[in-house]
Design a protein around this ligand. Structure first.
Ligand code: HDE
Length: 713
């Protein structure tokens, strides 16, 4: 054994013990810290930059330390008895590092495991003050928010673009405490009573024997449940529509689903339903796009949200409410407001906008923020309260309960992302992961030892109040009210309100999902429900399954369509849309720069696509033919003729998915090799600037709908 080995523990007085410390500058030996390692930024618990060093939560100083703050010189080699000897148990750094790693994962959420989130702010326009005393709804009040979007069924590593409901959960850090609006992108739910939640989720999750399929509803147990449980038919048809495969989290509506109660300054109450309206419009993928993306970019929605925010295309939503009188029967136009499987059409109760939310900051750390955030529909502030909706009542129990397992104890409200911005003075004490150091000796009420503190809010001070709503003189029972019985007329309302192309997509989705089931009886049972919803719907799906279409078994009234339910139609801002520019090293650089600049100036992200990576003149290539995919693009401009099959496939897909395509005059020879021509709808030819303008004219409509197959009018 060499007595001067570099990794040997030096004895006092031996030459090695005089070696310079690693952090002492030594010529050519110490690398400067990387830019993101120089003095970490000081941030508040929820990640906002702060000038106050007391608010720092992690990573003080720029030298590596143990968890106890002892500086380290070495972290790449375990402590061994000699260069080839065994590792010593005394290596506390090794053991600390590995032990911590062994416990890095926490249980994923039982539902909504896969998600992405962002910070932002909600600015109130003050209109809510007439119906609610909530401080965050007063005129001009700006409240920090954290929003987490999610799928429901898949596990944490599943693909983003699967057909599923999306979670849309918002945490408002108001001055009166945290308010959580824990909603979905679909305004109704599968079930009317929380007691059935484990059933519907067990049915939707992978089969217990082989644990397949992942993150899908296209399997027997799901369709077994929803066909046996007719109240699920309404939510299910929304899932089968393009709402089940959103184009982007930024282009999704959000709904509180349940009816909530608002309380004004004079204790007057109204009932409300919450809606988030995306400024960019509500848009879906096509099913083929969604399937391709699940393989080519399983992180598509997560990436889209982060990229848009990073590039300054901050997504925005208006928060709106439908308002109803708080009558004793809690019905509106024959619709039971306590039934979470029903909507109130916007034509009957228009949306009233209360303010606007802007998401403008990506999380700094996925685990600390997106994974550890804990929402709960019972996180309420003065002025917003719950109703007797039996689904909501069950949720009020579930969320805290699940966090105790998921976040390892009852103190998860102390995690930085969950900490209220309002002052907290509770009497909750101790427990696993207690990180507060509470003063005083009397965490009970009333007390005299701590001078009576904490005191209760006095009359005239704002505080949460329990409104004495009547509960009637009922007897206990296990049954739903008769007003929850109609499971079909709003399903019909949804289908018949949509455009032909949206209806066709619903037929395609049922055909796929039921086509993946093995049990004939399940398909037939579901076809019977489709017959009761709409004859054309049933006939379209039955034909694709190769089964006879049954006749309707119930008589439903005709419905007044609700055009507000349509996604197709209208023009929308195009901020953050992505356009591919197919070019080659032979392309005219001036044309390329002109197209790029024109798109960029319009708020669109231009991606230069070329046979290989590198540069075209001074322009960097973002995607090579190896990495480019049609499904991340909203339109394509071709500046270079090509016969590469990958580029031609990209163009064919873009055409099939209804995307605008522009082909420069020099590149028209591609028409001989693709499935479309210059005369097709939404395909233009001409000079580079003309093509950019033509495409910018198409993007606000989301797709060239004329090209997509539609039900006959
Ligand atoms: Fe949830 N739900 N849920 N849910 N939910 C959870 O809480 C539950 C329901 C929703 O991004 C869980 O922290 C029950 C409706 C969202 O962290 C859990 C019932 C709506 C999220 C739970 C429902 C939602 C959850 C799992 C039937 C729309 C993700 C992890 C009564 C209004 C929040 C967690 C995030 C998460 C229970 C029904 C929305 C198990 C019992 C209806 C957006 O507690």
């Amino acid at each position: 054994m060499s007595t001067h080995d570099e990794h040997e523990i030096p004895l006092p007085g031996s030459p090695a013990s005089h070696a310079p410390r690693q952090d002492e500058p030594r010529d050519g030996q110490v690398l400067p810290p990387k830019p993101d390692q120089t003095g970490p930024e000081v941030r508040t618990p929820t990640g906002a930059p702060s000038a106050d060093p007391q608010e720092a939560v992690a990573q003080q100083g720029d030298r590596l330390t143990t968890a106890q703050g002892t500086r380290l010189r070495e972290t790449d080699h375990s402590l061994t008895a000699g260069p080839r000897g065994p590792v010593l148990l005394q290596d506390h750094h090794l053991r600390e590092k590995i032990t911590h790693f062994d416990h890095e994962r926490i249980p994923e959420r039982a539902v909504h495991a896969r998600g992405a989130a962002a910070h932002g702010r909600f600015e109130s326009n003050g209109r809510g003050s007439s119906i609610s005393r909530a401080g965050f709804l007063r005129p001009g009040v700006v409240t920090p928010v954290f929003v987490r979007f999610s799928t429901v069924l898949g596990s944490r590593g599943s693909a983003d673009t699967v057909r599923d409901t999306r979670g849309f959960a918002t945490k408002f850090y108001t001055e009166e405490g945290v308010y959580d609006l824990v909603g979905n992108n679909i305004p109704v739910f599968f079930i009317q009573d929380a007691i059935k939640f484990p059933d519907v989720i067990h049915a939707g999750k992978p089969h217990p024997d082989r644990e397949i399929p992942q993150a899908q509803s296209a399997h027997d147990t799901f369709w077994d449940f929803v066909s046996l449980h007719t109240e699920a038919q309404h939510h299910t048809i929304w899932n089968m529509s393009d709402r089940g495969i959103p184009r982007s989290y930024r282009m999704m509506q959000g709904f509180g689903i349940h009816t909530f109660r608002m309380i004004d300054d004079a204790d007057g109450t109204v009932l409300v339903k919450f809606h988030w309206r995306p400024r960019l419009g509500t848009h879906g993928l096509t099913w083929e796009e969604a399937q391709l993306l699940a393989g080519k970019d399983p992180d598509f929605h997560r990436r889209d949200l982060a990229d848009a925010i990073e590039s300054g295309a901050f997504p925005q939503w208006d928060l709106a409410v439908q308002v109803f009188p708080d009558d004793e029967d809690q019905m509106f136009e024959g619709i039971d407001l306590l039934d979470p499987t029903k909507i109130v059409p916007e034509e009957l109760a228009p949306l009233q906008v209360l303010g606007t939310m802007t998401l403008d900051r990506n999380p700094m750390n996925y685990f600390a923020e997106t994974e550890q955030v804990a929402f709960h529909p019972g996180h309420l502030v003065p002025g917003v309260d719950v109703t007797n909706d039996p689904l909501l009542q069950g949720r009020l129990f579930s969320y805290i309960d699940t966090q105790i397992t998921r976040l390892g104890g009852p103190n998860f409200a102390q995690l930085p992302i969950n900490r209220p911005h309002a002052a907290v003075n509770d009497m909750l004490r101790d427990g696993v992961h207690q990180s507060a150091v509470h003063g005083g000796v009397a965490p009970y009420h009333p007390n005299s030892l701590d001078g009576g503190c904490p005191f209760l809010a006095g009359a005239g001070e704002d505080a949460f109040i329990d409104i004495p709503v009547p509960v009637g003189e009922s007897r206990v029972q296990r049954a739903a009210p008769a007003s929850f019985d109609d499971h079909f007329s709003q399903v019909r309302l949804f289908f018949r309100s949509l455009t032909g192309v949206e209806q066709q997509h619903i037929i395609d989705a049922y055909a796929f999902e039921l086509g993946k089931c093995y049990e004939q009886a399940i398909k037939e049972r579901q076809l019977q429900h489709l017959a009761d919803i709409d004859e054309t719907l049933c006939a379209g799906v039955a034909a694709r399954l190769g089964l006879p279409a049954p006749a309707a078994s119930i008589e439903l009234p005709d419905v007044e369509p609700s055009p507000a339910l349509r996604m197709v139609g209208g023009e929308w801002p195009i901020d953050g849309r992505v356009v591919g520019i197919v070019a080659s090293p032979d392309s005219d650089e001036a044309d390329l720069v002109a197209v790029r600049t024109r798109l960029h100036d319009a708020g669109v992200l231009p991606f230069v696509i070329a046979p290989t990576g590198g540069m075209i003149g001074g322009v960097p290539v973002q995607r090579s033919f190896d990495t480019a995919t049609s499904v991340e693009l909203d339109g394509v401009i071709v500046l270079a003729a090509t016969d590469d099959r990958r580029a031609l496939a990209l163009l064919d897909e873009a055409f099939r998915h209804g995307k605008g395509i522009g082909v420069e005059d020099d590149a028209v020879s591609i028409f001989g090799s693709v499935s479309f021509g210059a005369e097709d709808e939404g395909v233009s030819t001409g000079s580079a600037p003309v093509l950019a303008d033509a495409l910018l004219g198409l993007l606000p409509g989301h797709r060239v709908w004329e090209r997509m197959a539609s039900l006959p009018a």
